[in-house]
Design a protein around this ligand. Structure first.
Ligand code: SAH
Length: 389
């Protein structure tokens, strides 16, 4: 195992030797400098709409990632190595300790490598299409202490499967579930449609803002739980939820934001494209004893068009689209639906700027902008905006 992280004795800040080669971090400067860089960018791009609040940073911006993905390969001595993709291209950088990842992940990856060697399980080679293990995905919850390991394999055959699982559990009793996901083709780091639970119940649960959420291997779930609580609290505050307010939670994932609004008394409709996430959302609503929330599996734009055509009533539209932002159809339908407030949670400031312009044309005014640092050491900026008619 190679130690790659050093702590600067003066500032106490961590420095990683893989920086630049590895695709994990994009910023190597003090955390205060990172926050000021992000604030400047948010000001530059968004202050034309409304004043930008000071970015909410982390007290300890390390080991925040609850989702850790690793790829595997062999070095010139035919030893199994693990790492992540380079910032450019699809080559692997050997990474054994990472300052972004939850500290539980690295020891599990070390054991996976050892067991691959012992049980002759070859890493999958993207170029030749040979080998078995494509990547591993580890999801953790600090709130419940549950840890899931997903072994993503190119075929369903896993030699010495029972011994592999037994040895993993023996070395890592902290693992609560192990899943094999079969992914014969597709892009690197994607999951296949078929999963087999090898140990435990195939899912973990996490707690955010007092609600409990089940997470399946393929569901989207925010990767920085500490900052997610701050982000969601801000979104709920902007939404001004009172008893009986009608809310649409668009791009709802496992139903997190909508469920917190429902707990505060709102009547919520969630829409999400990913089938596994919707299944989790339905389960999560029951798990939290909420009957004032329902979910639909659909394209958010198409769903909004239907609601607009039906002249449905909506007080608050909460939207949290992927990086590409919302579709033109979604924005137009939001304009027709005329919610009093729109709370836009964005993970990409460029598409946020574009969509805010479009929503302005639909008759909305941006009244609050709050950036939250969800991804320290990367260039990503998460922002919550309130728009009012
Ligand atoms: N609000 C959730 C998820 C946000 S991520 C949370 O905070 O956890 C964005 C989500 O949008 C993902 O779950 C993704 O599957 C979903 N998504 C992407 N494109 C979509 C579309 N066209 N229609 C509906 N959902 C979509």
């Amino acid at each position: 195992m190679h130690r790659q992280i050093i702590t600067d004795p003066q500032s106490g800040e961590k420095i990683c030797k893989c920086f630049k080669r590895c695709g994990g971090c994009q910023l190597q400067e003090t955390y205060a400098e990172q926050l000021s860089r992000k604030q400047d960018k948010a000001d530059r791009m968004l202050s034309k709409f409304a004043p930008v609040q000071p970015i909410i940073g982390m007290a300890k911006p390390y080991h925040y990632r609850n989702k850790v993905q690793n790829i595997y390969g062999t070095d010139k001595n035919r030893q199994i190595i693990s790492g992540i993709y380079q910032s450019t291209g699809q080559k692997m950088v050997t990474v054994d300790d990472c300052m972004l990842e939850d500290v539980h992940a690295a020891p599990i990856v070390q054991t996976v490598k050892k067991l691959m060697r012992d049980m002759k399980i070859a890493p999958y080679d993207l170029r030749t299409g040979t080998g078995l293990l494509r990547h591993t995905l580890i999801r953790t919850s600090a709130a419940t202490d549950e840890i899931m390991l997903v072994l993503v394999t190119a075929s369903s055959m896993l030699p010495s499967k029972n011994n592999f699982v037994k040895a993993l559990i023996k070395t890592h009793p902290e693992l609560t579930t192990i899943v094999q996901n079969i992914c014969p083709d597709g892009l690197p780091l994607t999951l296949g449609t078929r999963s087999v639970t090898l140990y435990g119940n195939g899912r973990i649960e996490d707690v955010l803002c007092g609600c409990r959420f089940r997470i399946s291997p393929a569901s989207f779930y925010q990767v920085n739980p500490q900052q997610t609580e701050r982000l969601y609290s801000c979104a709920i505050k902007f939404a001004r939820i009172t008893e009986g307010v009608t809310v649409i939670d668009a791009y709802c994932g496992t139903g997190t934001i909508g469920m917190i609004a429902a707990k505060a008394g709102a009547d919520v409709t969630g829409v999400e494209q990913n089938r596994a996430a919707v299944r989790d959302a339905v389960y999560n609503a029951k798990r939290n004893g909420l009957t004032n929330i329902r979910f639909y599996q659909d394209d958010a734009g198409a769903f909004m068009q239907k609601l607009a055509a039906d002249r449905a009533h909506c007080d608050v539209l909460m939207m949290d689209p992927p990086r590409a932002g919302a579709s033109p159809a979604f924005i137009r339908s939001a304009g027709k639906l005329k919610p009093d407030r729109i709370v836009y949670v964005s993970c990409k400031i460029e598409t946020l700027e574009r969509d805010l312009m479009l929503l302005k044309k639909e008759g909305y005014r941006v009244t609050k902008i709050q950036p939250v640092d969800m991804f320290p050491h990367t260039t990503g900026i998460e922002t919550v905006c309130l728009l009012e008619r």
